[in-house]
Design a binder for this molecule. Sequence first.
Ligand code: FES
Ligand SMILES: [Fe+2]
Length: 575
Amino acid sequence: MSSHSKPALTFTSSKQSTSQLHRSLQNKQHSAAFRVSAQSSLSAASEPAGYAQRKSDTRARGDVRTLAVAEAVGRDLGSHEEEEEIEANTGDERELPAFDWKAHWYAVGVVQDMDPSIPHPLTILGQPVVLWYDRNEAKWRCFLDQCPHRLAPLSEGRIDEEGRLQCSYHGWSFEGRGACACIPQAASEGPEAKAAANPRAAVRTFPISEAGGLLFVWPDSDPKAAYKAAYSRLPLTPGVADDWMTSHYARDMEYGYEILVENLVDPAHVPFSHNGVGGINRKSAAPLEFRITRMDHTGFFGRGVSGSFAPNTVGGNEFLAPNRFSYTRTTPRDDGSESNFIITVHVTPRGPGKSRVILSTYAKTLNEKKVKTGLLARVKGFNFRRLLFRFRPRWLTHLVLDAIFDGDAVFLRGQEIALQTTPANASATSAVDERGVRKVDAPREYFMPTPADRFVLAFRQWLNRYAGGGVPWAELGVPELDVKLTSREAVMDRWHQHTTQCTTCSGALEKARTAQKALWVAAALLVAATLVAGQAWGPLARGGLVSLALLSTAAGFALNGLVQRFIYTGYNHAK
Ligand code: FES
Ligand SMILES: [Fe+2]
């Protein structure tokens, strides 16, 4: 069953009536999600599966502009000239409503890696929020990270004995729907006894949903937003079944949404930017040709037509606006079956120059034919692969991904600062407009002579055409990007960006440190034993003890390297 078919949508609200309405909407959301899932699935057909349906839906809506762009299927949207031609074809287009950045679900966390016993702070679209686990209703909650009492951050609080979120400044406690449950300073009789029930004592809540191992937040605390959130589908990866091998990783990045998405839709950088990580070699760089086959306000779709992404693999790459990009690869196998592999990245804008990425990998390696031929075939095929997947430590996968994201960090932060400090054209006095957007005219400002950059161009085209060129930070009331050059250490600070927020990695780090201490204590004891024994033991025994002490010390130092990998390693691209 596709994960789309069970969105398990929930949201928090201090209004009981809203909650009841939400529950009544769940079935509608359920079926809507299924329909969209079917439209979004990728296939080997000449046009993306669901494309015909999209065209039909588009016509039914009378959305002339979307239809005109969508009918450019098969046309390469790569050049600026072609872009102008498509614009000209839109004729008497209707204006789409302004892009509402708050009216979307954003991935905010990997449930398996989040400690449910503590509150977790996060900034999303410039708004400070706190995520916490409400054990009374077995649900994650998202509150504004400001206590209604005197605005202290609730994320500095704790989960109290009753399972409520408690502000640690004066001890006010809040139940899962945001209502204040306790004011320790209020008298138990008289007007003060009713203070907790005052709506002003309730904390603002945001819709939140858990699905497919991830948490999603709708970053609008207006009570009316809950209705829209309930009707909107989650940006889950289409076509993934429950039995697929799945892995998730989350990290905060010191560069913004636009630059991060541009990087993630660009496979051409991988051999160089990640040289030396997980077998990636810069010598493997080769021409790549991608073609965009659909673009509308919901995103775009494209596929490889030559190079390592084609033609012996089937699949495609889909950007689901504004925050999900999926690479889907289906590789035919000799026995007639196929293996499926999907990488999905979710990008969440935290603030100007700050984002959160969640990378998920999904693999289906079940070999249907071999499974039927007997136990040995099962061991060689499906079960063996699954065994490897199960026993490879999660923290090891996370360390590889730490290194992957380190590889891009200095480039992206530098590119972002270059864009912010360089006027878009000679007559511009400021690079950033009054909405707080640095609109990038990619064909003019970048020089991208090969089709390897098609997805980058497509993203910038989509951003400019449908989303105002970027997140309008000034309109959202968020101070603009601080362009002071951040140190390399801060940009690649995997300790704060990942390890401290990941129970898997912080747990592995703790074990490594404990093992390190044990090895050094063992080495000291062995040396002491050798000295105490003195001449009473023969040279062979003493030599053995000293060798063991040396081995123990060496193992302790070796673990030092592992410990450091959870904190900071940097990245030397000059090697
Ligand atoms: S500021 Fe939170 S209880 Fe006072
Ligand atoms: Fe981790």
